[in-house]
Ligand binder design. Sequence first.
Ligand code: ZN
Length: 121
Amino acid sequence: MIMNIGTKSVLFGALHAIVLAIPLLAAVIRFFYPQYSSCEKCGLTWNLCKSKSVKTTERDGTFATCDKCWEQSSLSEIKKYYTKVYKMQENSLRFTEYSMKHTLEHLLNCVELEYARTNSR
Ligand SMILES: [Zn+2]
């Protein structure tokens, strides 16, 4: 089957609405794609949705939700997801020689600015 970009995005939009209504389905999808991490809100793996990246420096960015969840969530909700991802990343570096490049406060400031830029309707 040949799909153009428009068809694909309609299909992903439908899938997104379905997994939000049936979180168990997202869990099943994650089971089949253990190599991918997923959106903090809808639970779709990154091979099935587009991540919404927030820049923390000119070159670096981080993401916690897909572009659809970013559009459809309140700022306080979004900040919760980014805080969770930041703490997970921080934790995973705990016993390594690496450390986070920025503070949680900096990240949440970047999230706030990006949210104001994209969701001010
Ligand atoms: Zn999502």
